[in-house]
Each structure stands twice: as C-alpha cells, then as structure tokens.
Design a protein around this ligand. Structure first.
Ligand code: FAD
Length: 426
C-alpha cells in the first residue's frame, strides 16, 4: 500500500529481531504498516536454523511470529536478499523508516595455522548442516575419527557436543535433517572435548543461568544414555579449561587435520574479568574433527550503512543508526551475536519504541508520500526476483510437516531453495 500520512516501515530480516520489532510496532500504532524482507523463502531465522533440534519447545515462538505475519498491516517477502536484489537506499526511498535486523551470518575466524584443513568446520556451518540451512546442505562433515574438539564453551558448543553424542533414538524424533541423521548414525566420534581459554567460572554459558544449566544437564544425561547401549559404550565428553588453540596440525600427507596444539593458560584476576595468560607450555591432542565455536559475526550489508568493523555491529543509539535519520537496527546486528531469544525480544522492543518516539516527534516526515512495497515489488519484478509471501511459506510448511509425519518427525525440512519456491508457487 502507498501512504500519504500513515507510517510505512520495512524490516530487513525475518528472524526473532525482525518479528519482535514488527510485533511491537503493530501493537502500539493502529495505522502503521510493516513489511518484512527475508533473504530465504523461509521465515524465523535462527529459531529454525540455529536452535538445536532436541529443543523443540524453544521453537514455540514461531506461533507468535506467525500471528504477527498474519496481521492485516504486515506483509512478508521471502527470497529477497537486501544488498543484492534491492539496496538499502531503495528501501529508504520507498519507506518512512527501515529497520535492519539481519543477524550475524559469519563465524569468527580462529586466525591460526591449519584452520582451513579438511576436518575443521565452523560451528555456524555445522549447525546449519544439521538444521537444514540450504547453503550448508552439502557440508558432509567428516565424522570418521574417534575424537572431536570443539573450540569455545558457549551454548552453541554444548548444542554441537550434544548433537555429536546424542543417541539416535532421541535425534530421529526431532526435525534434524535426514541426511545429517544418517551421517550421525554412521559417525565414529565417541569422544568430545570442549575447549575454553579460561576457567569454569568464566564459561560463556555461565552455569548461573538456567538455560545453560539445562543444556549441560542434558549433555550429561545424553552421554550417559549413550553409554548404556553396548554400541555406544564408550561415548564420553569433557571440558578442557585454560587452553587456547595455537595450531591445527595436519596429517602426515598434509591433507587433513590430525590434531590440535593448545597453549596452556593461567588466569590473571578473578571472576568474570579474569584474563587468560599463556604460561608458555603447550598440549597436543589427537583429533580428526575440529569445530570452531568461538562466535558468530555480523557483516556489513551495504556500503551506505555505517558499520563498526571492530565490534562487527551497526553503530547505534538504542537502535537508531548513528547519523542516518529513519534507519534503525535490532537483534544481533545491533548488539552483537550473544544472548537468547528473550534478550533479542527486549532489544527489538527498545528499537520499536525509539522508532515510535521518532514518529511522535515528527522526525519521520510522514507527509512525504511513500510507495512502500509497491515500489519494491516493481523493482523485484524487473530484476526477475521471485518473492515468497507468508501464505506461500505456509505451503512449504505444510509439505515439510507432511513429509516429516511419514518418518515420525515434526517435519522434514526442505533443503533446496528451488524446490521450496516450486512448492510455494504451486
Ligand atoms: P537471526 O535469527 O539470525 O535472523 C536474521 C534473519 O535475517 C535471518 O532469517 C536471515 O536469513 C535474514 N537475513 C540475513 N541477511 C539478509 C539480507 N541481506 N536480506 C534479507 N534478510 C537477511 N536462543 C534461545 O533462546 N534458545 C536457544 O536454544 C537458542 N539456541 C541457539 C542455537 C544457535 C546455534 C544459535 C546460533 C543461537 C541460538 N539462540 C538461542 C539465540 C537466538 O537464536 C538469537 O538470539 C536470535 O536468533 C537472534 O535474532 P536475530 O533476528 O538478530 O538474528
């Protein structure tokens, strides 16, 4: 719809930040229109593609997001890559306000020799593989060695450890993708070491929070269940504290990883601010699988949008992008890739409140006529981009649920974007 007086807002990214920002705007302003542009034909971001398959209850937020998407003043455009198909400037021309909520799509690099050897994977790709991210479907991680080392001790590291060790009877009832279920069934990994540069009190998944404690307990229980059966009798995991990776060591033919060298640290200071300082000693571990789980990282979207390369966030004040009127941000791209969905919800509500205050203060020039999605849809048609509506996503959803039902799973995720679009458009 076009507008001469009511606010037209668009959001880039259909993850929790995008949906919670939209939800708060729609709830608080009776006339506002909100369009969500999402790169994939599928909404919900890391709720679908990050949250572990054995945590289905976390995914219930999808019900709330679906209600938002079905609001009469909300429109979802999937399969639209902002920065490639449409520029941020074009969005700014079409809308009174643009909210960037595009998350953190990269993995932090270790910056050590051997990082690109076969057998070394980023947690982002590994998680994407078992959760059905289309661009990770062909990862084929090598699970032929007995020991895996996970670098990093956050929640994601615990998820990955659980996935490597969980008994198949648990996994096969989840929405884990069929190819990864088969690969995990054939996996030889029975020992997982979770390495952190500091001590137990500084762990990123600090035990005082209820969710990490739950994840740890689950890991313990699942490893114990795994060792109950004779086939998995030797499954075990453990933490290696006060260790930093210095080199991933190659096999004798230099084709793949055969181990990792860790620097031994000691702590200077105490509590959360304690620093890891190398002692000069090293420890070598043999392993054929290394997963780098030291964190996700946001990337700049477009040369016109300010970006802080050191913090890897869009510089902002309570969600208002610095020095660009009418441009906002929320979620991981606003505050960095930490925190659970509830944290993202709160910061998205803050951004929505800032935007509403700016409307109230007359800063968004609502008297300027804007074309909103009409302008963008024209551009997409010209550029041959086949956008996917929320109704069309629901067709994909129904197909996934149908396929999953046959195997006793909540859904069997489609892995191929072309196939998703084909189903969406039938
Ligand atoms: P995202 O969820 O990443 O959403 C960003 C969206 O933007 C994506 O859909 C992406 O496709 C889209 N996008 C990116 N670039 C573009 C573009 N150029 N144009 C258009 N769209 C674009 N939290 C919990 O509470 N419980 C958990 O169990 C839990 N498990 C997690 C497990 C993992 C492995 C990870 C990584 C995170 C987990 N979290 C969990 C945290 C939670 O997922 C985040 O707090 C939340 O998803 C961040 O929301 P976001 O919208 O900022 O980012």
């Amino acid at each position: 719809s076009t507008s001469g007086s009511y606010p037209l807002v668009c959001i880039v990214g259909g993850g929790p930040a995008g949906f919670y920002t939209a939800q708060h705007l729609l709830k608080s302003h009776p006339d506002i229109h909100v369009d969500i542009y999402e790169r994939l034909p599928i909404p919900f971001g890391l709720v679908r593609f990050g949250v572990a398959p054995d945590h289905p209850e976390v995914k219930n937020v999808i019900n709330t997001f679906t209600q938002t998407a079905q609001h009469k003043h909300c429109c979802f455009f999937g399969n639209v890559n902002i920065g490639r198909d449409v520029s941020v400037k074009e969005l700014q021309e079409a809308y009174h306000a643009v909210v960037l909520s595009y998350g953190a799509e990269a993995n932090r690099r270790l910056g050590i020799p051997g990082e690109d050897l076969l057998g070394v994977y980023s947690a982002k790709d590994f998680v994407g593989w078992y959760n059905g991210v289309p661009c990770n479907k062909d990862l084929q991680p090598d699970l032929s060695s007995d020991t895996a080392v996970i670098l990093g001790q956050g929640n994601v590291a615990l998820d990955v450890a659980r996935m490597l060790l969980s008994p198949l009877d648990i996994l096969k009832k989840t929405d884990v993708t069929q190819p990864s279920l088969e690969a995990l069934a054939a996996s030889h990994v029975h020992k997982v070491l979770i390495v952190g540069r500091r001590g137990p009190l500084q762990m990123a998944c600090t035990i005082k929070l209820p969710r990490p404690r739950k994840r740890l307990t689950e890991l313990l229980l699942k490893a114990a269940q795994g060792s109950a059966g004779s086939a998995q009798a030797t499954r075990q995991w453990g933490f290696r504290f006060l260790r930093s990776p210095v080199e991933i060591r190659p096999s004798s033919d230099v084709t793949r990883t055969a181990g990792i060298r860790l620097a031994v640290n000691r702590l200077e200071g105490s509590g959360e601010n304690a620093q890891a300082v190398p002692t000069g000693e090293v420890e070598d571990l043999q392993c054929g699988l290394v997963i780098n789980s030291i964190g996700y990282r946001s990337l700049p979207i477009d040369a016109t949008v300010p970006f802080d390369p050191h913090k890897a966030v869009i510089p902002n004040t309570v969600g208002r992008v610095e020095q660009v009127a009418g441009l906002y941000c929320s979620g991981w791209v606003k505050r960095g890739p930490t925190g659970v969905i509830a944290t993202t919800m709160n910061d998205s509500f803050d951004t929505a409140r800032a935007l509403l205050q700016d409307i109230e203060a007359g800063l968004l020039k609502l008297s300027t006529k804007k074309l909103g999605s009409k302008a963008i849809v024209t551009l997409l048609e010209k550029r041959g981009v086949n956008s996917v509506s929320f109704l069309e996503w629901e067709k994909i959803n129904a197909e996934e649920v149908k396929r999953g039902g046959r195997a006793g799973k909540p859904r069997e995720k489609l892995l191929d974007v072309e196939e998703m679009i084909k189903i969406a458009k039938t």
